[in-house]
Design a protein around this ligand. Sequence first.
Ligand code: ADP
Ligand code: MG
Length: 355
Amino acid sequence: MARAKPHSFFSKRLSRQDVALDLGTANTLMFTAAQGIVLDEPSVVCFDRRAGAGDAKAKATVAAVGREAKELLGRTPANLETVRPLAHGVIADFSAAEHMMRRFAAMARPRSRFGRRSAFTVCVPEGATRVERRAIREAAFAAGAARVSFIGESLASALGAGLPVDAATGSMVVDIGGGTTEVGIVALGGVVCSGSVRVGGDEFDRAIVNYVRTLYDVVLGDQTAEHVKKTIGSALHGEPVGRARATGRSLADGLPRTIEITSEDIADALAAPLRAVIGVVRRVIETAPPELVTDIAGNGIVLTGGGALLGRLDQRLAAELGVAVRVADEPLTCAVRGAGAAAAFAGEHGFQAGE
Ligand code: ADP
Ligand code: MG
């Protein structure tokens, strides 16, 4: 692998007010070298359609974004519409993404003081198409970017996890987000092999909802399922068994019913999506050059993204793949911190980001 030219985008005119942006399916984060993480909110926007219902312009009235809007998901009154603008790592509702980013920039700015001339480094899935990249770039412009460059999510996550991405030795990073799992092997400052599957934390939540409906005849809300996953979720059967109570609507009489769910239930519920995650990691290892496979066997695999926090997922992957697996420190912020660090890294190593 040839090394990129030393005169990269990053080596030019970087300031401590420049912004790293991780516009994720589940969460949006912004980071500046001067202030650290200046925004960390769910990627959700809620529109008030009261003024002229049915009118496209009415969508422009943003009632809430982020945490506040996420609380409204699944419990929105008729005049409000709650939207998640991203799906599977890319923008699905462009106008909603722009409105959300404008608000997020305003929320981040008092702390970060980034100006309208800031350069943004934005994480993108390795496999994003030109059209998908353009949509992400426009969303960054809506947030006040003067210039936008991209960094692949695997490379950003690996950097944020503190892996030696510029070494000749390969490192493997598995990022499990809301809508996708991205797998990459990085070496010499670039991604050598990668793969992704459209399965992540959202799919885990859906699998829990389906499992509980089938087994208990109770329909849980997505957020309840997510809460259960976070508190007692496990990717492996066995001790210790966690227990949680969850309330949903009984299919029998339509009334509220509270059930007890165990971590064993969750391990059963997540069987299919976990198979998909394990499958994509296995495929990337299978297609990697033998030298890199040797490196991974020696160095292990690092998990990033919120999905990495699923209970005993590291143990499950280690058991299935026969390779050491560890969860990165602060997995939810790896990508944005890595994108921020790419600047310094670029200066030292001549790494070049995509256009
Ligand atoms: P994205 O990059 O797609 O925005 P994130 O990396 O922010 O995604 O991860 C969000 C996902 O991580 C959500 O599906 C969320 O439910 C999941 N998650 C967060 N914390 C935990 C936890 N403790 N256990 C299991 N899953 C978690
Ligand atoms: Mg992510």
